[in-house]
Write a protein that binds this ligand. Structure first.
Ligand code: PLP
Length: 450
């Protein structure tokens, strides 16, 4: 076979496929992958190009991040221009303009009150940052015992220690016996009997009442925050039942517990509004994001803090550092420039509104697969969707079969999460491409023996 580098450079092979061993790939069955690599070598708009020259329809926006589509000139130019003007300067006790400009731009999109931005480099770092801010906030208010967290089953909050502790995916936790203490979990929100609901299932408020029991168990005096993804992504795509997020907000407010929305996936138009907080009209105290912030082009994350939280940190002596936390690359000039260019695209092309306008077509397209015997459930909101299959003899086997068939035979990239196919195309997708994506799934799923 030809090599990756030769394909990029159009030269004789200098990196044969059997030299793929050094890169320890994340969240990947490395040995299996390296025996039959799936290599993407370029991308434009809605499509990747694979090493064997096929155009692959991107049903995943890379990994829930390339919301404005691939290969955007404006983004490349912003990165290049910024690299020439100021490649790096620290934001520790120094400043440079881009992150200030970016923060001002970003808070135009957040719900009222979420007016302060702390920059990170990833979703995982955003989560750790939010958890630390929550504990420090209560301490500053004289409530130093409020240190526990409530997460949720099936929640995914990145892979750092705080994130896997509040996260609810056993596979991400089991090998690490060093989770942070004092964490409990709400039940996940999938309700039996709600299969094939379009949009939000009913009866969420009762489910959220479980938080009262956890508060009774641990005492509000000991709980710093509740963290949830408004729409669960990596855990299998679960849409919040009606009233659920609203009720969590009510209960947390009553007990002086902070509410953190992890919007790493739902940020930047994925469900037709800047954030899920806007869509559901529930304002958390802290909101974490990343991914779509830079269209996936450069790593960057952010935590939005409510004014009341920010203010609590601003009461000490002016010469003191208010928060002993930050990353070398917090507010990196190039990432900030890329994020600004990304926001321009979202705005000029009306992509958040476009996602909302396409929601119906997306929903009807996905639900048209409900006649397939192998399909157990279909879930959707905005331009996020999931087609869950009845499990076969081995859990996850059917999901993988469909993922592989889509990639090799249907020239379509979908994401297999166990037996669920998760879908999150770039927001520039059109109706014809939605149809194409659905047909690819239909063909691949139809091959499952029932
Ligand atoms: N939180 C959520 C909800 C996510 O979906 C993800 C990644 O998919 C993360 C956190 C972690 O983000 P990252 O992989 O950028 O660290």
């Amino acid at each position: 076979k030809l090599s990756i580098i030769s394909l990029i450079q159009n030269e004789t092979p200098i990196m044969p496929w059997n030299e793929l061993d050094a890169f320890w790939m994340p969240f990947t069955s490395n040995r299996e992958f390296k025996s039959a690599p799936r290599m993407l070598t370029s991308a434009q708009g809605m499509h990747f190009t694979s090493d064997d020259g096929r155009k692959i329809l991107d049903g995943t926006a890379g990994l829930w991040c390339v919301n404005a589509g691939h290969g955007r000139e404006e983004i490349a130019k912003a990165a290049y221009d910024q690299l020439k003007e100021l490649d790096f300067a620290s934001a520790f006790q120094m400043g440079h303009p881009r992150p200030f400009q970016l923060a001002e731009r970003l808070i135009q999109h957040t719900p009222e009150g979420l007016d302060h931005v702390f920059f990170t480099n990833s979703g995982s770092e955003s989560v750790e940052t939010a958890l630390k801010i929550a504990v420090a906030y209560h301490r500053l208010n004289g409530n130093g015992s409020k240190t526990k967290f409530i997460g949720r089953e099936k929640g995914y909050h990145g892979t750092n220690l705080g994130g896997i502790s509040v996260g609810g995916l056993g596979s991400n936790r089991k090998d690490f016996n060093c989770l942070i203490p004092g964490v409990d979990h709400l039940q996940h929100t999938w309700i039996k009997g709600s299969e094939f609901t379009k949009g939000q299932p009913a009866k969420g408020a009762e489910l959220a009442d479980e938080l009262e029991s956890l508060i009774a168990l641990h005492s509000a005096d000991n709980i710093a925050a509740v963290i949830v993804e408004p729409v669960v992504g990596a855990g299998g795509v679960f849409i919040p039942p009606q009233g659920y997020l609203e009720r969590l907000r009510e209960i947390t407010r009553q007990h002086d517990i902070l509410l953190i929305f992890d919007e790493v996936i739902t940020g930047f138009g994925r469900i037709g509004k800047p954030f899920a907080a806007n869509r559901f009209q529930v304002t958390p105290d802290l909101l974490t994001t990343a991914k779509g912030l830079t269209n996936g082009a450069i790593p960057m994350g952010a935590v939005f803090a409510h004014n009341k939280i920010h203010q609590a940190f601003m009461n000490g002596p002016e010469s003191s550092i208010e928060l002993f936390h930050g990353y070398t690359y917090s507010g990196h000039p190039v990432a900030s420039a890329v994020a600004l260019a990304t926001l321009d695209i979202y705005q000029h092309e009306g992509l958040f509104e476009q996602a909302l306008a396409l929601e119906h077509c997306w929903q009807e397209g996905l639900h048209s697969l409900s006649d397939l015997k192998a399909v157990k459930d279909i879930r959707n909101i905005g331009l996020i969707g999931a087609v869950e299959l009845h499990p076969g003899d081995q859990p996850g086997q059917r999901g993988k079969q469909v993922f592989l068939d889509c990639y090799w035979q249907q020239n379509t990239l979908v994401r297999g999460i166990g037996d669920t196919l998760a879908l999150s195309p770039p927001l520039i997708i059109n109706e014809q491409q939605i149809h194409q994506l659905v047909e690819a799934l239909r063909t691949a799923i139809s091959k499952i023996p029932t």
